[in-house]
Design a protein around this ligand. Structure first.
Ligand code: PLP
Length: 449
């Protein structure tokens, strides 16, 4: 391979997020060079159906001309200027107003960030600001959950609920507490959904009693735990958790980095699907369909105004934000994405094809190496195992990697994670595309048996 071949350059020099360190520098990188609709092509010209959706991001599909032109037009007009203090740009102002309109309740104040991790961190800092503004700085503990994923910056990694995400670098903090993950698999459940909700709520109450409600600022939760294994909670769980938070004066932060922007059939799932109006919603990924990096925290007027009212001339500044908060080009991408999604009723399309996707995937449960199929609309996973072996053991992980490799060979990209094959196709995927995903998956499972 020539030294200037991108595969050679990347394999030699790039340290990827979530790289498999056991093959670093040895396993050739896959360079994705082109993308159109729901398909991507690698640098050698091989085409794949992208069942990863970039990384849970792609809404309107790749190569969308309208979205691309919006980015180019904004870059030419005004690529960047500081967002600090009272300075802004037209796209940031317009996008904030659009997000306030799309979001539930009084979530009318937007802080832009650069990605999901920085949006989660900002949300927690806003919760800290809020209680400090009330003269209660001791109210700073955070409730998160086992198996959650909230990002890879220091605080977001501390909130994430899998030991593997925090590795061994002392990311434990005495003010972050992980509650039980809320998975309820109706196929294998020993108890009813209501009994499960009651048990989870009792666990939450017990944790609050132990820590002291007077010490807890916020609860952070993904509506459906995404990277933790597409863990779908029982009906009524989020409403019950919100009720507990309200009773103990704990702010509720809904991490919709994955579930927002149509993946569950709504711009935001919190209210439309789960019936809750949180105090803050965190969004990123699908916000720009992955065309530009951008995140945002949507904050209730109640919280934002309380922080502002407590400010004084000696301490007037809100000290949180980034050079690229509300980057004009990224905001222009998000505006175009929202306009296209509305015009083409992408959320309605997901509500139609989402149940078909899950129904077809569930057919794969007949394979002896499938331990479970979980999902909701266009987020799903197939859990692989060596028959009889439970959990992400080395052999079960190897099995999932084998399935993943066969899929890739056959022109389908799924995301291997532990013993899971995770799928989140672009939201414009058709029933024909879904059939192709399930057929290739079925063939690959049969080969791996
Ligand atoms: N929150 C959730 C639910 C996520 O799935 C992710 C990323 O996958 C993040 C936050 C972090 O987002 P980012 O990778 O853009 O920092």
């Amino acid at each position: 391979m020539a030294p200037d071949d991108p595969v050679a350059q990347d394999t030699r020099h790039v340290l990827h997020p979530w790289a498999d360190l056991t093959v670093l520098g040895k396993q050739e990188s896959l360079i994705i060079s082109e993308a159109n609709g729901v398909e991507v092509s690698d640098s050698r010209g091989k085409k794949y159906l992208d069942a990863i959706g970039g990384m849970w991001c792609v809404t309107v599909g790749y190569g969308n001309e309208e979205l691309t032109r919006a980015i180019a037009a904004q870059a030419l007009k005004m690529a960047y200027f500081t967002p600090f203090g009272d300075v802004s740009s037209e796209p940031a102002a317009k996008l904030a107003a659009m997000l306030a309109e799309l979001s539930p309740g009084d979530l009318n104040r937007v802080q832009f960030t650069t990605c999901g991790s920085t949006a989660v961190e900002s949300a927690v800092r806003i919760a800290h600001y809020y209680y400090a503004s009330q003269g209660r700085p001791e109210k700073h503990h955070v409730l998160a959950r086992v198996n959650s994923y909230h990002g890879s910056t220091f605080l977001a990694a501390s909130l994430s609920g899998k030991a593997v995400d925090r590795t061994t670098f002392h990311y434990e903090s005495d003010w972050v507490h992980h509650l039980e993950n809320p998975v309820h698999d109706p196929d294998n459940a020993q108890v009813s959904a209501q009994e499960r909700v009651d048990a989870l709520t009792a666990g939450m109450e017990a944790a609050i009693a132990r820590i002291g409600a007077g010490n807890i600022a916020c609860y952070v939760a993904e509506p459906v735990l995404a990277s933790g294994g597409v863990l779908v909670p029982p009906p009524g769980y989020h409403e019950a958790a919100l009720e507990v938070c309200r009773r103990h004066d704990i702010l509720y932060i809904s991490d919709e980095v994955v579930t927002g922007f149509g993946r569950l059939g709504h711009f935001f799932a919190s209210e439309a699907k789960f019936g809750i109006v949180p105090d803050m919603i965190v969004t990123a990924k699908g916000l720009t369909s992955g065309y530009q990096p951008l995140g945002a925290v949507l904050v209730s007027d109640r919280v934002a105004n309380a922080i502002a009212e407590a400010a004084n001339p000696e301490k007037p500044v809100f000290s949180n934000g980034f050079t690229y908060s509300g980057h004009p080009v990224a905001c222009a991408a998000a505006i175009a994405n929202i306009e296209i999604m509305r015009r083409e009723d992408i959320c309605g399309h997901v509500r139609e094809v989402g149940p078909y996707f899950i129904r077809r995937l569930r057919e794969l449960r007949s394979s002896p190496i499938v331990a479970a199929v979980r999902g909701d609309h266009l987020m799903a996973c197939v859990e692989c195992h060596v028959p009889g072996e439970v959990g992400p053991t080395a052999r079960n992980q190897a099995m999932a990697r084998r399935v993943d490799a066969y899929c890739e060979e056959a022109g389908l990209l799924v995301r291997p994670y532990e013993n899971l094959c995770i799928m989140s196709p672009p939201l414009v995927v058709t029933k024909g595309g879904i059939d192709r995903i399930v057929d290739i998956m079925a063939e690959s499972l049969a080969r791996a048996e």
